[in-house]
Unconditional design. Structure first.
Length: 217
C-alpha cells in the first residue's frame, strides 16, 4: 500500500470499529479533566479513574483545591506514581488558576503549557477533549502505532509523529482519531500483543512484512 492508501484504510477501519469515542478519563468539568490528564502521566487511565473520585470529592475546583493540604493531595494520588511532583503541580497550578484566571482553565496551548506539570501532550488533550479545539495528542500508544503503520518515520520523535499525523489526516478527524488509535492499540496492537505482523491493520498495511517491527522511541 502507498501511504495515502494506508491513511484512507486506517481512517475507514477505525471509524467502523470505534464510531463512538468516549473520553477515557472521568471528569465533570474542564478543571477535573486537566487534573486527571496530569495524573495519567506514567499511569493507566483505569487507575486514575479509581483515584480521582476521592480527590474530586474533596476539591473539584481550583478554589477548593488550594485549601487542601499538600500532604492530603499526596496521600490520595500516591497510587498514580510520581506523587510528590504531581501533588505539588496540582496545588501550584490551582493557585495560578485562581490568581491569574479567576479559577478558569485557560483555553490556549501557550497558557496551559505554562502551568506546572502541564506539558504539550497534556495541553493537547485538554484542548481537544475539553474545549473541542482540533489537536492530535500523541502518547506512547499512538507513537508506537504510527511507526508500525508507516505514518511516521521509524525512530521519529513524539513531536515529529504529531506533525506527520496532522499532515496525513484531515483536521476534522484529529480529535476523534487520536482516541480511536489509543483504543485500537489497547485492544489489538499493544506492545506485547502485536509485533507489526499480527493485528488486522498491521497485516493489511504491510502484508509482506516478514520480520517483527522494532519500535524506536
Amino acid at each position: 500500500m502507498l501511504k495515502q492508501e494506508r491513511v484512507d484504510y486506517i481512517l475507514k477501519r477505525l471509524n467502523e470499529l470505534y464510531p463512538e469515542t468516549p473520553t477515557p478519563l472521568g471528569h465533570n468539568n474542564i478543571y477535573e479533566l486537566l487534573i486527571a490528564v496530569l495524573l495519567s502521566a506514567q499511569c493507566t487511565d483505569e487507575r486514575v479513574n479509581k483515584i480521582t473520585p476521592n480527590l474530586f470529592e474533596k476539591a473539584n475546583t481550583p478554589f477548593a483545591m488550594i485549601d487542601i493540604p499538600l500532604e492530603t493531595i499526596y496521600k490520595i494520588i500516591r497510587p498514580c506514581g510520581l506523587a510528590p511532583k504531581k501533588s505539588e503541580a496540582i496545588l501550584e497550578l490551582s493557585k495560578i488558576l485562581v490568581q491569574k484566571y479567576d479559577g478558569q482553565v485557560p483555553n490556549t496551548f501557550e497558557d496551559l503549557e505554562a502551568l506546572p506539570g502541564v506539558g504539550h501532550k497534556t495541553a493537547s488533550v485538554v484542548m481537544s477533549q475539553g474545549f473541542g479545539f482540533p489537536a492530535f495528542p500523541v502518547d506512547t500508544h499512538i507513537h508506537r502505532l504510527a511507526q508500525r503503520w508507516g505514518l511516521t518515520k521509524k525512530g521519529s520523535s513524539v513531536s515529529r509523529t504529531e506533525r506527520d499525523l496532522k499532515s496525513a489526516f484531515p483536521k476534522t478527524h484529529w480529535n476523534k482519531l487520536h482516541l480511536q488509535i489509543i483504543f485500537y492499540g489497547r485492544e489489538f496492537c499493544s506492545a506485547r500483543g502485536c509485533d507489526g505482523r499480527i493485528c488486522e491493520i498491521c497485516r493489511t498495511c504491510f502484508p509482506d512484512r516478514k520480520q517483527a517491527f522494532k519500535i524506536r522511541k
